[in-house]
Write a protein that binds this ligand. Structure first.
Ligand SMILES: *Cc1c(COP(=O)(O)O)cnc(C)c1O
Length: 399
């Protein structure tokens, strides 16, 4: 049967695969050889499921939003990943990968982080499993995301400020990869999204697929059928999006709409919309849609949301877009802010800025009254309060 998921070499159509320097080959080969065996092992599954239930708090609720339903003139459900321990979907992945690292006999965990959400989720599971943890973060991001740096340090992680290049996420990844190649036997590199060489995109998608597995059960209970008419998610690297659609990609009854970060607008160049503004290229060990500048260098992306601020995108969303299986909209900063204030005002839920991009899709697309629409609320907005307060006067209605 035709599938949109990865083949055995980690390709999704032309996207994905393994494009790495020789020094990394042993690290990657070991993972490629072992990840499926470990993930499919019943004792791994039992341990993973128990932690998701009792430590993370899963299943996350599927919440019917009366206000959004009225506004969008259809039935809108929110998949509440914001209620997970540490405040986002990232923990689904870090729990799975740390269990894998232990089974591979690794001694130390390293990870990259931009806004710090993946860094916090990694430092959390390292504390839980008593593993040494070092987080690579661009020096500029260390300064911009100070609270998350303090959380990581409280959790016992060492935060390594990357000082190369533009001192942001891309440079943190470069430095983490360098450290990994220097000691592949003891170090496990815990990647936070569906990016990097095979097997990371497929592995992270599988670990996040618990999201769509739960949606199926919850919709059956609430609506008497296991699929929605539309699934909506934001894409940074693509992990919450891949998890949201994983068990539906080959079921064409479920439409897919992704929101990428349009920033100030794709036409301004100040954007992180890799699908609309990018070209096929290679980034961090895999083939995908990448934003380049006029000199052919990887371009520094821009978005108000640090979690979507990546110059590439996971290979599954890239493939779904190329095949027109998914519609991809570039949502601007202002559209996302408007959606965030509206959810806060009307539902009492402060969404992460990333998730607000997915919510803004409801203002762009016309649905039928009988449509069932599931929007993944990937995280909570506590980390974004400073930004929201700064923008408040432009968006709060004075009634
Ligand atoms: C990191 C993050 C994202 C973007 O990452 P994906 O891998 O694309 O899911 C989205 N939402 C939240 C809340 C995040 O922390």
């Amino acid at each position: 049967m035709k599938t949109f998921l990865a083949d055995k070499d980690g390709f999704y159509g032309e996207f994905g695969g393994t494009f790495i320097p020789k020094a990394l080959e042993p690290c990657i080969k070991e993972l490629q050889d072992k990840y499926l065996e470990v993930l499919n092992d019943p004792s791994f599954k039992a341990e993973y499921d128990a932690l998701l239930r009792d430590y993370v708090g899963r299943p996350s609720p599927l919440y019917f939003s009366e206000h959004l339903s009225k506004k969008a003139n259809c039935k809108v459900y929110l998949k509440r990943e914001d209620l997970n321990h540490t405040g986002a979907h990232k923990i689904n992945n870090t729990i799975g990968q740390i269990l894998l690292a232990k089974r591979l006999g690794k001694k130390k965990i390293i990870a990259e982080t931009g806004a710090g959400q993946h860094g916090v989720a990694t430092a959390t599971v390292c504390a839980l499993m008593n593993m040494e943890c070092e987080i690579y973060m661009g020096k500029l991001d260390v300064e911009r995301q100070h609270v998350n740096v303090q959380r990581m340090e409280m959790l016992g992680a060492k935060v390594h400020a990357a000082t190369s290049g533009s001192m942001t996420l891309k440079d943190a990844v470069d430095e983490a990869i360098g450290a990994w190649a220097a000691n592949p036997k003891d170090i496990y590199y815990l990647i936070g999204s569906t990016v990097g060489p095979h097997p990371y995109p497929d592995m992270v998608s599988r670990l996040q697929s618990v999201i769509s597995e739960e949606i199926k059960k919850q919709l059956t209970q609430k609506e008497g059928r296991d699929y929605p008419d539309y699934l909506i998610a934001c894409i940074g690297g693509g992990s919450n999006a891949s998890g949201t659609v994983y068990h539906y990609v080959d079921d064409l009854r479920a439409g897919i709409i992704f929101a990428e970060a349009g920033g100030k607008g794709v036409e301004t160049g100040q954007t992180a919309a890799s699908i609309q503004a990018g070209k096929v290229g290679i980034l961090h060990g895999f083939k995908t849609m990448v934003m380049f500048d006029e000199n052919g260098e990887v371009k520094e992306p821009y978005s108000i949301s640090a979690g979507l601020d990546y110059p590439g995108i996971g290979p599954l969303p890239a493939h779904l877009a190329a095949e027109k299986r998914a519609t991809v909209l570039a949502i601007t900063d202002d559209e996302a802010l408007k959606a965030a204030f509206e959810l806060t005002e009307k539902e009492g839920i402060i969404p992460a800025l990333e998730s607000a991009h997915a919510l803004a899709v409801l203002d762009r697309v016309k649905f039928k009254p009988e449509d069932i629409v599931v929007v993944t609320l990937s995280g909570r907005g506590d980390k974004d309060i400073d930004t929201y307060l700064k923008e408040k006067n432009r968006f709060l209605k004075s009634e």
